[in-house]
Design a protein around this ligand. Sequence first.
Ligand code: ATP
Length: 307
Amino acid sequence: MAEIVLETEGLTKYYGAKPALDHLDLRVPRGCICGFLGRNGAGKTTAIKLMLGLLTPTAGSATLLGCDSTSLTPAIRQRIGYVTEGHRLFRWMTIGRLEEFQRAFFPKQWDGRLFAEMIEYFELSKKQKIKHLSNGQRAQVSLALALAPNPELLVMDDPTLGLDAAIRRQFLEGMIELIMRQGRTVLFSSHILADVERVADRIVVIDKGVLRADCPLEQFRASVRKVVVHFENSVPAEVELAGLLHFRRSERQLELTLVGVGDAEVADWAARAGAERFDFVEMNLEDQFIEFTASPHRRRLFQWEKA
Ligand SMILES: Nc1ncnc2c1ncn2[C@@H]1O[C@H](COP(=O)(O)OP(=O)(O)OP(=O)(O)O)[C@@H](O)[C@H]1O
């Protein structure tokens, strides 16, 4: 089994009486790009801040590169990159000055050549002042600053928020550039499911502070499915299927969204229900995410079995 570089156990955060994160148990293996998904207010930023030791948990723990997040040593911190929501950078500095400032924290591992290459790739100049950059350009500087110390683990909170499609693509390619260097791991939150689909190989889904999925992207893509079942006569009033997320009924057909239900089970159910035939319908990741998180059944999908 792959080495786990980020793990949380029962990680919980209450704000007053309200849980923002409720017993999160997740594992991120080394070398993956993991998309961290959840609707607005699901608890992603809270989870990321807890993982990085920037917030204190109400209960539970997070471990990064083998070290508890509440006591990350400077040596471990140097192996972790963090890109925050909104890319807060010193506005009065030039890009070059900001590089010098950041470099001082990573004297042995700063890759000045990579930083210069990324700035050039993004068509920026080290002489430009941060305050004169657009949001997208600030995001690009943030990414270059986060990648230059060559982090083993890169954690990014909605790094492409507000960026246009072309800049997002450049940003994501920068991320892939990091991962191509063996053994690097990325966890990034995003609301743009097409981006996640393009670059991630794992996903974590949280919903109202509760973990709903933690698995390879392929497993999620193969597990959440939509099937349209046609009937000659009456359509059944109820559907009894263990992995049912939603069903919608029309005069002669039922549309079922399912999770973790195999072809044979669907065929079996359709035969028992007296269906004439059924067809699977193509879904993209965004459709799957919406159906999965909007389901009243709150089903779960995990790669790891709980011990
Ligand atoms: N400092 C705070 N005090 C009180 N409640 C908070 C605080 N920070 C976050 N919350 C609440 O905790 C919940 C999770 O918020 P969080 O910012 O972690 O969600 P998110 O998934 O990152 O959302 P988004 O996608 O909108 O950025 C929300 O209900 C939010 O209102």
